[in-house]
Design a protein around this ligand. Structure first.
Ligand code: ADP
Ligand code: MG
Ligand code: ZN
Length: 684
């Protein structure tokens, strides 16, 4: 890195922005920009992407052209820059003509350091040419995922940006977004015609968030939520509910024991503001919200985020859980889902993305002459809600133009293609959430991969419900019954001779009578994955022009070695922890009893509550374990089960012999970790 340049940048950071140091990755991005490189920057919301174009813009001199899709975002940035004493102007539809004209004049005279424009401005005849008269020093495209029809906020106006850029070159183009899957990344680069772009995709891993994903039937959720949040250490908390009604119910139920309130779009602005302020100040410990909540929240000590239903997209989900633990302290998030959630989402999907036929009906009635929206609605065969939705979608995709007076004219015919693509994309997004819940990959690694940081996705987090099932709070795990252990052996034997088998084929092979059922079989696969015996890879093939998904199941090296007598830590998911769901207990009781009489197994692997005296030691052991897990790149439970860890803390062994007497500690563990554990156990 060029030293003097980097000193310059630091100087500007301090003198102009008043920040003492760069945040992660900011400096490298700024350097690339002032060297004139095109670049794509993908970092989470709040990571500080704006600075990555603002600072190089100042360093380069001249005017930076910033394209931003939302007036509110634009106004916010403009106000901030102006407050720093920078010369800045903006042009968007919320301003009067005189203000826009003045901004153009200032731009052409070189008076501006920043000019913000809305993308649709470029459609105004002559505007692109005007900009090209005085070439910008840098071009920043904020919320760049809007360019891609695969992005969740696709904007056709953004898509046209690419054609205006050549006239504005040779300025470097910086595309910024908080969310871009690899497909979206490629699309952005291609659409903008970027020259040898550098990619910066960083910062999606959160080290202090433990993610749990748990199947919880809808009726049991209120109780599970209340149970979780009864513990003071888990508050403050945000609970996300999928409907206003559920938000109200949950808030009422929680209010019996903690200070809680609902927050949703059905409340008046004043109430919402009051709730937000009370939560911010700590007067309110729990907010049960629909998705509208959280944008304005800047609260560092949120310990828990609960999704009481399946989120619609992984983007939204990640943002919401990301509100936990901003202070860096350990936090936990819970996603509750069940089959019923899928049906709810299908309903919303159909409502939000109506059939193309509905849009066509409305489009047909439009013409060159403006017609009043109300009249069109009256005359339409669609009901009111359907009509509004169809018109809204047509407008977004350019099939209709609605002016401020509510008059509608016909737009372009190409709307159908982008609409169909987007509707399909939305359905696929839900599919991704479902696969996330079903996957046996580390939760954090899966999210990091989803956001495009393939490089960082190889590392497991060690604390999620997949990495450390025994450490999970909400879900209970048990040892397998003798029959289940036999089935596990059969699976291993079946796989030994082959590279892989499809999960379906495998199931038929080991369970021809279907006794296990799909969920029983999947439970075994999950347990085997957790124990490191198999690997499951999502795969697909095409048949009759349709993409079909299947799972490839493959033995690992450890799995190859598995014999009937091999001791192995198998943990099978077994409902909810009792105190978090009374209903859960009722449904689980018979199964438990059966397992007990039918097998020679040890007791189920429930959470063990340590005595107060041992609590500090538990914390120390956990910290040590996390470090070891990270160092050895294995899940934490491979080092030491929670159960074992708690037992160690209770017993506080003084020598290797005593340590070995503890259930779950064998010769190998003593040899590998004995010294470290005994050191921690020594009284201080
Ligand atoms: P993003 O666009 O990535 O969501 P912003 O650019 O809006 O995030 O930045 C989020 C906040 O972080 C802003 O308030 C910004 O002033 C602040 N910020 C950015 N960089 C730094 C820094 N180096 N030091 C301190 N604060 C910073
Ligand atoms: Mg931003
Ligand atoms: Zn994990």
């Amino acid at each position: 890195m060029n030293l003097s340049k980097s000193q310059d940048l630091l100087g500007i950071l301090r003198s102009t922005f008043g920040f003492s140091r760069f945040r992660a990755n900011q400096e490298a991005v700024c350097m690339a920009a002032i060297e004139g490189r095109d670049l794509l920057l993908v970092m989470p919301t709040g990571a500080g992407k704006s600075l990555c174009y603002q600072l190089p813009a100042i360093a380069l001199g001249g005017t930076a052209l910033v394209i931003s899709p939302l007036i509110a975002l634009m106004e916010d940035q403009v106000a901030k820059l102006a407050a720093l004493g920078l010369r800045v102007a903006r042009i968007h539809s919320g301003l009067d003509r005189a203000a826009s004209r003045q901004a153009c004049v200032d731009y052409l005279q070189g008076n501006l350091q920043f000019l913000f424009i809305a993308p649709e401005r470029l459609r105004v005849p002559g505007f692109g040419e005007m900009l090209a008269k005085r070439r910008p020093a840098l071009i920043a495209i904020d919320e760049a995922h809007c360019i891609s029809q695969w992005g969740h906020d696709f904007r056709p106006d953004y898509r046209m940006l690419g054609q205006y850029l050549p006239a504005l070159r040779p300025a470097p183009v910086l595309a910024l977004t908080a969310t871009a899957t690899p497909t979206v990344q490629e699309d952005i680069l291609a659409q903008l015609g970027m020259a040898k772009p550098e990619r910066f995709i960083h910062g999606f891993r959160r080290e202090n968030i433990a993610i749990e994903v748990v199947e919880v039937p809808v009726p049991q959720r209120p109780e599970a939520v209340c149970g979780l949040l009864a513990d003071k250490a888990r508050r403050p908390a945000i609970v996300y509910a999928s409907s206003r009604k559920l938000a109200e119910t949950l808030a009422a139920e929680l209010s019996r024991t903690v200070s809680a309130a609902a927050y949703h779009a059905g409340l008046d602005a004043e109430t919402r503001e009051r709730v937000q302020a009370a939560f911010q100040s700590g007067a309110l410990e729990v907010v049960v919200a629909t998705i509208a909540f959280g944008m304005g929240i800047d609260k560092a000590d949120i310990r828990t985020v609960i999704h009481a239903g399946l989120p619609a997209t992984l983007e939204g989900y990640y943002q919401e859980i990301g509100r936990a633990g901003r202070d860096g302290a350990q936090s936990r998030t819970f996603l509750m889902h069940s089959y019923a959630d899928q049906r709810t989402h299908d309903f919303f999907l159909n409502r939000d993305y109506p059939p193309v036929g509905n849009l066509e009906q409305v489009f047909k009635t439009l013409g060159e002459d403006p017609q009043a929206e109300g009249e069109l609605r009256e005359n339409s065969k669609l009901d009111e809600e359907e009509f509004d939705k169809a018109l809204e979608k047509l407008e977004i995709h350019g099939g209709a133009k609605v002016d401020f007076g509510g008059y509608v004219t016909r737009g372009r015919t190409g709307w159908k293609k982008t609409y169909a693509v987007q509707a399909q994309h939305r359905a696929e997004q839900l599919g991704k959430v479902l696969r996330f819940t079903e996957s046996s990959e580390c939760r954090m690694a899966a999210l990091v991969r989803h956001f495009g940081d393939v490089e960082d996705a190889g590392r497991v987090c060690g604390v999620c419900d997949v990495c450390d099932p025994a450490g999970a709070v909400l879900r209970l795990f048990r040892r397998p019954s003798a029959a289940e252990r036999d089935a596990v052996q059969a699976i291993a034997d079946e796989l030994r001779a082959v590279d892989y088998k499809a999960a379906g084929t495998l199931q038929k092979g080991i369970d021809p009578t279907g006794r296990l059922g799909r969920s029983g079989f999947d439970g075994l696969l999950d347990a085997m994955t957790r124990a490191g015996l198999i690997e499951i890879e999502e795969a697909e093939y095409e048949k009759d022009g349709e993409v079909r998904r299947f799972r490839k199941v493959r033995l690992t090296a450890a799995g190859l070695e598995l014999r009937r007598t091999t001791p192995v830590e198998l943990l099978i998911a077994d409902g909810l922890v009792e105190e978090f769901g009374r209903a859960a207990r009722a449904s689980r009781a018979p199964k438990k009893a059966a397992a007990k009489t039918g097998s020679r197994d040890k007791a189920a692997a429930g959470p063990v509550r340590p005595s107060a005296a041992a609590e500090a030691l538990v914390a120390q052991l956990r910290e040590w374990r996390a470090g070891e897990a990270k160092r050895l790149r294995v899940p934490a439970y491979v080092i030491l089960h929670d159960r074992t860890l708690n037992a160690v803390a209770q017993a506080r062994p003084g020598n290797p012999r005593q340590l070995k007497e503890i259930e779950g500690i064998g010769e190998a563990k003593v040899e590998k970790f004995g010294a470290a554990i005994l050191e921690l156990c020594r009284e201080r």
